[in-house]
Design a protein around this ligand. Sequence first.
Ligand code: NAG
Length: 330
Amino acid sequence: MLKSAMIVVFLAQVSLGQIINLQPYAIEPGSLTVSGISAGAAMATQFHVAFSADVNGVGIFAGIPYGCAKGSLAVALNCMSSPFLTSVPTLIDRTDGFAQDGTIDPTSNMSGDRVYVFHGTRDSTVNNRNGEQVVEFYQNYLSTSDIATEFTIAAEHCQPTDNFGGECNRQNTDNYINDCDYRGAFLALNHLYGGSLLPDMTAVPESNLFQFDQAEFFGGRPESYSMDSVGYIYIPTECKDPTRYCKLHVVLHGCLQSSQEIGDVFVKNAGYLEVAESNAIILLFPQVVKTPVSNPNACFDWWGYAGNDYDLKTGVQMDAIYQMCKRLGL
Ligand SMILES: *[C@@H]1O[C@H](CO)[C@@H](O)[C@H](O)[C@H]1NC(C)=O
């Protein structure tokens, strides 16, 4: 009994020793992009729209248009299942109002940005009309030719990969990653970076994946904002040289996909690491934790559980992720 308790303590210390503090790299100017799935996709579009002066592209897997929830869980649920109740022109007016108030960056900064949108035809969690609404929203602010879409695959609610996860058209509640013979992460990033990426053939050294201290970005109380005390960062081999220019991409997991729920399964298998290693892209994976009642599924905040300003620059999760990017050299 005592012996096993000691082993647990020892293991805890070993994993604690691997947690790093974020530090600066040579981030290529204009290279910050973001992507996410489901609630992470809703958060990704929030991060892009609010910080559009700094964020130059967004990838949205099974997402929701910016501001759809309007600070209400009930409306958020309508966005997901009854998108015919969503008025995109109203969301655009709301966005323009925020920009006029200066609570988000000027919307003109979205011009020239790249947008990638994936929505499966068999999504039973977020109605696929949302994908079209994301496009309708962005067409107001940037060129249609900069928007790439994939709306034809018979995918359930999932992160689509080439060869990992559940059957593409079945709900996979283990981790919401499905094998759709579709390299979602590569195709999203390749579009966001102008079609310039090398195919993801490189082996991924696991030693390039680190846990980092997230708590310092939440005043030492991450759990008060439904955030974990640690997140993940992948530093490609080439990027370990801090003078080597690297791109920066933020990946936002969906509900029930945090490390508290599924360990490093999403981080390692969503298809991002290979792309990052081959193309000198630093990946930041912020992590949410569950909060009883207000956020029982560990979702990023896209309806306001952590504050009314959840979709503005001052939103506590939004600002913290921005500060993480700043620390990394944005
Ligand atoms: C963002 O937009 C404002 C207003 O149009 C402009 O002054 C500023 O230079 C833009 N910032 C960037 C980084 O493009």
